[in-house]
Structures are given as structure tokens and as C-alpha cells.
Design a protein around this ligand. Structure first.
Ligand SMILES: Cc1ncc(COP(=O)(O)O)c(C=O)c1O
Length: 483
């Protein structure tokens, strides 16, 4: 079988990627015991080979800089280069966490200001930027919830209510925190069913986890009533901030009655996502819960910024130092670039884009929930079910058009979920192209279903066993060729 040679296979003894004049520095032999016994085994190639290697490898991956990425529940937005430039400034990049505090005041200022801006945006009293991701933020938030009840001698509260439309990390976080998740059925549109909620509100309830808008892109209109019910039952409200994008500048979880929340900086605030870099899931709390925050806490004093957090109630340290500070720096740069007056544009345009796509495709894809959505919405597969073409087939076929598929088979409330989230910074041309491609695929499904079922045709690997590929990935090129 023909394949592009790996950089190691291109290696030729003695080939170099540089030319240097003969050295006139006196030679000093390294003592034998410090010498490695063998060569390091690096490929010996030219500069051009190296450049082509990395360029080609990067093309094999899909990223937001390659094409449209409408991944529902994930807010995959472009990461402006200025954020990266700021994080790369040597004044920030070369800092060491063990430096004396008086030499890292600038970075602590960025941390503190980011905290302050997140508080203003969310309506919660204060934030810790220490957690590393959304799921980590959930775990930390639930540790705070648990510690709060324990501090009041309320040991019985071990149950966390999670709607059936929630992201899988919610019940998982409850379990790793030593709490029990109790599922409540949602209404058809994914909103909380108040009758079912009332049935599970008792003196064992530690709290409820909600995202608003929910994973179907629908705003929870009864949120004030839900907050009242949960608080009256002695529980706390946790806000999963993955869907914060369409609320920016319009509505705040703190005002809705939430006590704890996380924000995914790598979603809403445009820092690289997933394989693109480390994440950050700041956790915000009300004034009452402040003493439970993880340590260290960055504090502003008359003498400058300090690291504090030695309260008896703190849940302790959850990350190295104060978390992924470089990520906070990128989010800070993004927030300053957008500015307070324009932040509502994010919510406006992401909502407009989602509704535009939904309305443009609902004659060919099945839309189970009509009406205006927020930043995302869910189709339940193709409208014409007689073709046998599934959501997975549509997702694979999109790859041939250089588009990342939307989230598929989530939320679990529909059999063939296609969850589309077109972020605010995509142009109308890009969104129209996506609509055209989705219509082409719907048409192909009718005219030539096998074509869609056989996709993708243009990718390095075709259809993988999805479960096996995730659990036992073949990461060596040769293993893949042997398959
Ligand atoms: C609704 C929701 N909650 C939580 C998470 C977890 O966030 P992270 O991937 O940053 O751990 C996600 C991630 O996609 C999500 O969509």
C-alpha cells in the first residue's frame, strides 16, 4: 500500500538541516560516564523535509483554523491571535511560580482582574481560576457544595439532582465527589419538569445542577421558581457554564439564584480548546460560600496582591499553584478586546446564527422542538427516515466537505440527535456554505443513500470502530496500515 513516508523513514545518514562554519572553539571532551551509549535516534533530514512534515501532519488534523466547527455544547470559537501574542510575551511566559510574589504582581493583577470581570459577567460574588477544565470545575463546585452542608452539620445531604438532558460530566462529577446523582425527567424541550422536581426535593438534597440555556438551546423560563423550590428545600443551585455564550451581557446566573458555577474559559472566552491547549474552568460562588473556595486565593491588599486561602473551611488545593494562568491571560486579553459595551454582540450573533441555520434546514432535517432557540439547537436526524441514512452517516459525509460535524447522538433525549452550534464569529458566507452542504447531503440521502453511508472518502482513515478507537487507539501509523 502506498503511503507518505514518516519523517523517521525519510532519514538519511549524515543529512543535515543546517550548515555552520567550522568551529574555532577549543574542543572539550565530555567525560565518558556522561555520554549516552547510542545516538538519540533523531531523523536526519533537511529543513525542507521538516517543514513539510509538520505542515502535512497539521493538515491531517481538523481545527477551527481549518474549517467550520459547529460543535454543539462546546462553543468552538476562533482564538484571536492577539490572545496568543499576549500569553507569549516574555514578561509573562518566562515567569516561574516559585518566584517571590513581589516579582509576579503583574500576573496576579491579570488573575485578579479576570476574576473580577467573570464576577461582573455572572453575578456571582467571587471566582477561583484554579480548576483546569469544565468537568474539574464541576467537581470543585460540588466539593464546595458538600463542604457547605457538612459545615452546618447537615451530613444527610448527599443527593444531587441532574436532569436527563444534562451533559454526562454532571452525574460523573457528582459520583467522583462522593455524592449520588438523582435523575429528573425533562419536559419535551429539555426544561425541568417542576412536578418531577418537587418529588425529589427532600432533606437529602444537596443541590441541583443545571445549564441555562439547556443542552437543547432552550432558556429555562421557570428558573426563578426552580431556585425558590431548591433553596426552600435546603439545597444549592449549581450552574454548568458551558452554555454561557448566549447570555453574555443579557442575563446572569447569580441573578437567577445560582450559588455556584463554573465557566469554561476554553469555550466562552475563546481560549484554545481540547487538543489546542490546556483548559480552565473557573468556579464562582456567592458570598456565603466564599470561605470554601480552593486555596490559594489571590487577594488584593494595600501592599499589593497576595496568595491567601488558609481558612479552615477551604476545600484545599485542587491544582498546581493557581491553575493554568496562561489560559486566564488569554481570556483576559479576549475580554479586554471585546470590551464591556460589545459583549452582548456575542450573545446576539450566536443566537442569530443558530436560529438562521435551524430555520434554513428544518424542511429537510427533523426539528423536534420548534420556536426560538439560543446559541444552539438539536435536529433529530433527517426528516425523511425512509432512506436509512443515519446521523452518523451525515456526520461522516460532512468531513468530505471539509467541515467538522456537529455534536451527534447527544443529548440523549432524541435517537438521532444532531446538535448544531454556529458561533458568533462565523460569517454569513460560511454559515450559508454549511447550510448548502447539509442540503446536498440530505439530497444525496434521497438519491444515492449508499454514497452517504460510505462516507468519508477524503480522510486518512475512514470509518473507525468509534468505541474501540477511543479506548484502544492505534497511534502508530504502521499499526493503522497493518489493519
Ligand atoms: C454542558 C457541558 N458541561 C460540562 C462540560 C465539560 O467541560 P470540559 O470539556 O471543559 O471539561 C461540557 C463539555 O463539553 C459541556 O458541554
Amino acid at each position: 500500500m502506498y503511503y507518505d513516508k514518516l519523517i523517521f523513514e525519510l532519514s538519511t545518514d549524515g543529512r543535515k538541516g543546517y550548515s555552520l562554519p567550522k568551529t574555532d572553539v577549543k574542543r572539550h571532551d565530555v567525560p565518558d560516564h556522561l555520554k549516552r551509549p547510542d545516538c538519540p535516534g533523531l531523523p536526519e533530514v533537511s529543513e525542507l523535509d521538516v517543514v513539510r512534515h509538520y505542515t502535512n501532519v497539521s493538515f491531517k488534523n481538523f481545527g477551527i483554523e481549518k474549517g467550520f466547527y459547529p460543535l454543539g455544547s462546546c462553543t468552538m470559537k476562533y482564538n484571536p491571535k492577539i490572545n496568543q501574542d499576549m500569553a507569549n510575551l516574555p514578561e509573562f511566559a518566562s515567569l516561574h511560580p516559585y518566584q517571590p510574589l513581589d516579582t509576579v504582581q503583574g500576573m496576579l493583577h491579570v488573575y485578579h482582574e479576570t476574576q473580577r470581570m467573570l464576577s461582573e459577567i455572572s453575578g456571582l460574588d467571587t471566582f477561583s481560576l484554579n480548576p483546569f477544565a469544565g468537568a474539574h470545575g464541576e467537581h470543585v463546585g460540588l466539593m464546595i457544595m458538600k463542604a457547605y452542608h457538612r459545615s452546618r452539620g447537615d451530613e444527610k445531604r448527599t443527593k444531587v439532582i441532574v436532569p436527563d438532558s444534562a451533559h454526562g460530566t454532571n452525574p460523573a462529577s457528582a459520583t467522583v465527589t462522593g455524592l449520588e446523582s438523582v435523575e429528573v425527567k425533562s419536559n419535551v424541550d429539555g426544561t425541568v419538569n417542576l412536578t418531577d422536581l418537587k418529588k425529589v426535593l427532600d432533606d437529602e438534597c444537596a443541590g441541583i445542577m443545571l445549564t441555562n440555556p439547556n443542552t437543547l438551546g432552550i432558556f429555562e423560563k421557570d428558573i426563578l421558581e426552580i431556585a425558590k423550590l431548591v433553596h426552600e428545600a435546603g439545597g444549592l443551585l449549581y450552574y454548568d457554564g458551558a452554555n454561557l455564550n448566549p447570555l453574555l451581557g443579557f442575563a446572569r446566573p447569580g441573578d437567577m439564584g445560582f450559588d455556584i458555577m463554573h465557566i469554561n474559559l476554553h469555550k466562552t472566552f475563546s481560549t484554545p480548546h481540547g487538543g489546542g491547549g490546556p483548559g480552565s474552568g473557573p468556579v464562582g460562588v456567592t458570598k456565603t460560600l466564599k470561605p470554601f473556595l480552593p486555596k490559594p486565593v489571590v487577594k488584593k491588599t494595600n501592599e499589593g496582591y497576595t496568595l491567601d486561602g488558609e481558612t479552615d473551611l477551604s476545600i484545599g488545593q485542587v491544582s498546581h499553584f493557581v491553575g493554568n494562568i496562561g489560559v486566564a491571560l488569554k481570556a483576559y486579553a479576549y475580554l479586554l478586546t471585546i470590551g464591556k459595551d460589545s459583549i452582548t454582540d456575542i450573545a446576539r450573533f450566536s443566537t442569530l446564527n443558530a436560529n438562521y441555520v435551524k430555520e434554513s434546514l428544518k424542511d429537510v432535517y427533523h426539528l423536534p422542538i420548534e420556536g426560538i432557540c439560543k446559541h444552539e439547537f438539536v435536529f433529530d436526524g433527517l426528516k425523511d427516515k425512509s432512506t436509512g441514512v443515519t446521523t452518523l452517516d451525515v456526520a461522516k459525509r460532512l468531513l468530505d466537505f471539509d467541515m467538522h460535524p456537529p455534536t451527534v447522538y447527544f443529548p440523549l433525549v432524541f435517537k438521532e440527535s444532531i446538535m448544531v452550534e454556529p458561533p458568533e464569529n462565523e460569517s454569513k458566507q460560511t454559515i450559508d456554505k454549511f447550510i448548502d452542504v447539509m442540503r446536498i447531503i440530505a439530497n444525496e440521502a434521497k438519491e444515492d443513500p449508499d454514497k452517504v453511508k460510505g462516507a468519508p472518502y477524503t480522510t486518512v482513515v475512514k470509518r473507525l470502530d468509534e468505541a474501540l478507537a477511543a479506548r484502544k487507539p492505534l497511534v502508530k501509523y504502521k499499526d493503522l496500515l497493518d489493519e
